[in-house]
Each structure stands twice: as C-alpha cells, then as structure tokens.
Design a binder for this molecule. Structure first.
Ligand code: NAD
Length: 337
C-alpha cells in the first residue's frame, strides 16, 4: 500500500537529516508519495512567509508529516513555526521516547522513559505585553480541556504500551492556579480512568535532580509545555544527546513526527549532523502508519550499525568521525542485507 506523507525539510541541518531519513525509509520498500512542503526560514525566502497556509492545508489533508527542525529568531521577528503548526493542527501531545542505545556512550544505564509534553498552551500562549516602560508580562494559560486531554493521553499511552507509571512534574507550590489545575486534572483522570497505572508527582526542580541521579526510576513523565521542552533536552543528554532522541506531535486528526533537536546552525551544511533522531522519528511514523515490519527493519539496522561502532560511520556527537551521509548509507546497507 502506498502512503502520502508530507515532508518539511526545514532549516539548518533539517534538509540534510530529512534527506537521510527519506532515503532510509525508502530502502525498506514502503511506497511513500512525499509531498515536500516549505516552512521556516526556507519558506520565508521561497514564498515570503514562514508558515505558508498551503503547508498547513496539505498536512491537514494528508494527516501525517515528517518534519525537520526550523529556525526561530530569538527575541524578535516572527512567531515560532512550531508553535503555529502545533496550534493550527491541534497537535496537543508531544511524545519523546528516551532510551539508551547500543554503543552510544552515556553516564547512565537502563534509561527507558517517555516524556509526554502538553503542546498547545502554558507560556507558549504567545500572550505577552508591555505593561509600562521596563515592565513586561507573559501569560501562562492552562485550560481544563487541555489539561484533561493531555492527562488522558498519557494514561492511555501507558496502558497501550504496557508502561507502569506516570509521574507529573509541576510547580504547583508556586503556580497554584495553572499548575494546580494541571495536577487536579491528572489526579482525576488517574483515579477515574486508569487507577491500575501507578501515579506520582514531583515538584519539577526535584524532578530534574532525580532524573540526573537515577533516570532508570522513571517511566512516563508528564508535564506542561515549557517544562516538557526543557526536560526533553535534559533527558536527551542522559542517553547521548539530541542526535538520538525522536519525537511525535499527536493530535486528533494529524500527526507530525520530528526529532527533539533544533536546526543546529553551528553544524549546518557540514555533513556532521546525526540523522538518527529523525530516522527514529520516521520509525515512529511508520508504526503509526501500520508499517511495523519496515519500522522494525530500520530499528534493527540502526541498532546493528551503532553496535558495530565503526567510528568512520558514526557522527561526531556520538564519538565518531563519520558524516550524516555515512551513517545513513550504513543503515541503508544493513536494511538491504
Ligand atoms: P539545537 O537543538 O539546534 O542545538 C543544540 C546543540 O545540539 C548544538 O550544539 C547542536 O549542534 C547539537 N545538535 C542538535 N541536533 C544535532 C544532531 N542531529 N546531531 C548532532 N548535534 C546536534 O538547539 P539551539 O541551538 O538552541 O537552536 C537552534 C535553532 O533551532 C533555534 O532557532 C531554535 O528556535 C530552533 N529549534 C527548532 C526546533 C524544531 O523545529 N522542532 C526545536 C528546537 C529548537
């Protein structure tokens, strides 16, 4: 069966890693009709806007996309393409599985956790204003609808994946109303809909300390938008860095698969970026499409390449001296054998 999938190459290292993922997926023989779409700085240059309406409409129509990272200017300029896309497509849940991989050096063993991040509100509401000269404010928005929705998603995810515990990170000791509502919703969904799953809560500063002391004690960690953003990168650091952690943004109608990492301008165009994170995001996408055999073949192939540990094939972020294309070619060669 052939699938239509949107592909956003993005900015910085995006086109390099997205191209690698596309080639790896195509080596499995799964037929994909890729609709290549502009977004980010690339789109600004091409069509004069960072998130063209045609890109949003196309993802709405095809319901699935693989996305490279996009650059967002700091402190001024346009609003984030990611925030815009997640909001427009109502991609309310970010799912980031974080695991040790064979041959990838890390200070920790037995890490196997999933960060579930609320993706549509919190401090990402974009509601900022200047009260008076030298005084600005940002509104942190929490709604019962979104807090319940992400809580339900987390417990349903736990049940469907055989996971045993959900831990909420929060700061309800300070943000009593917004994080208080998040906690209230998580507790209620747990009690009423998933009492068989273990549930606990940690104030986020303590949660981060516990994560770096012993990440193996965590299973699913659930949190609001900004905490999820920060904790995702922290967790990537536990297993070898941003080059090895995939992600999915899931909504009721659409799903957009993308790595946790950004556009990495420091290494863009140098054939140094690790394509594994977006390849792994592609594996999540193939599973979502029901192409589990192809997904497993890619997974076995990259595990074998990592296990082999040839430094000429691994990218520098995981102690190799190979390039983006060397790694992708090695994975493709494994898939074909
Ligand atoms: P980043 O994730 O791009 O890079 C952080 C560090 O990790 C850099 O040293 C980079 O070289 C390294 N890195 C990231 N991905 C890598 C990979 N695949 N292989 C090897 N090394 C990798 O974060 P940043 O530098 O803070 O952000 C750069 C830009 O990306 C910003 O404009 C930011 O807004 C954007 N961003 C986009 C997304 C997205 O589109 N999903 C996510 C995060 C950041």
């Amino acid at each position: 069966m052939s699938h239509s999938v949107c592909l956003i190459p993005g900015d910085g290292i995006g086109p390099e890693v997205a191209c690698a993922a596309r080639e790896v997926i195509s080596a499995t023989g799964v037929e994909i009709d890729w609709k290549v779409l502009p977004a980010g700085l690339a789109a600004l240059e091409e069509v004069g806007e960072v998130l063209p309406e045609t890109t949003v409409r196309s993802i709405e129509a095809h319901r699935i996309a693989l996305k490279g990272p996009v650059t967002t200017p700091i402190g001024k300029g346009f609003t984030s393409v990611n925030v815009g896309l997640r909001r427009r497509l109502n991609l309310f849940a970010a799912v980031r599985p974080v695991r040790n991989l064979p041959g990838v050096k890390s200070r920790y063993e037995n890490v196997d956790l999933v960060v579930i991040r609320e993706n549509t509100e919190g401090l990402y509401s974009g509601l900022e204003n200047e009260v008076t000269d030298g005084v600005v404010q940002s509104l942190k928005v929490a709604t019962r609808t979104a807090c319940e929705r992400i809580s339900r998603f987390a417990f349903e995810y736990a049940n469907s994946r055989g996971r045993r515990r959900v831990t909420v990170f929060h700061k309800a000791n300070i943000m009593k109303k917004s994080d208080g509502l998040f906690l209230e919703c998580a507790r209620r969904v747990h009690e009423r809909e998933a009492p068989e799953i273990e549930y606990d809560e940690l104030i986020i500063d303590n949660g981060c300390m516990q994560l770096v002391r012993d990440p193996s004690r965590f299973d699913i960690v659930l949190m609001e938008n900004l905490y999820g953003d920060i904790v995702s990168d922290l967790c990537a650091g536990l297993v070898g860095g941003l080059g090895v952690v995939p992600g999915a943004n899931i909504g009721n109608g659409c799903a957009v698969f993308e790595a946790v990492h950004g556009s990495a301008p420091d290494i863009a165009g140098l054939n140094m970026a690790n394509p594994l994170a977006i390849i792994m995001s592609g594996v999540m996408m193939l599973n979502h499409l029901g192409e589990t055999d192809a997904a497993n073949r890619i997974k076995h192939a990259y595990n074998a390449v990592l296990d082999e540990g040839n430094p000429d094939v691994l990218t520098p972020d995981i102690s190799g001296r190979g390039g983006t294309t060397d790694f992708a070619e090695a994975v493709i060669a494994r898939i074909r054998t």
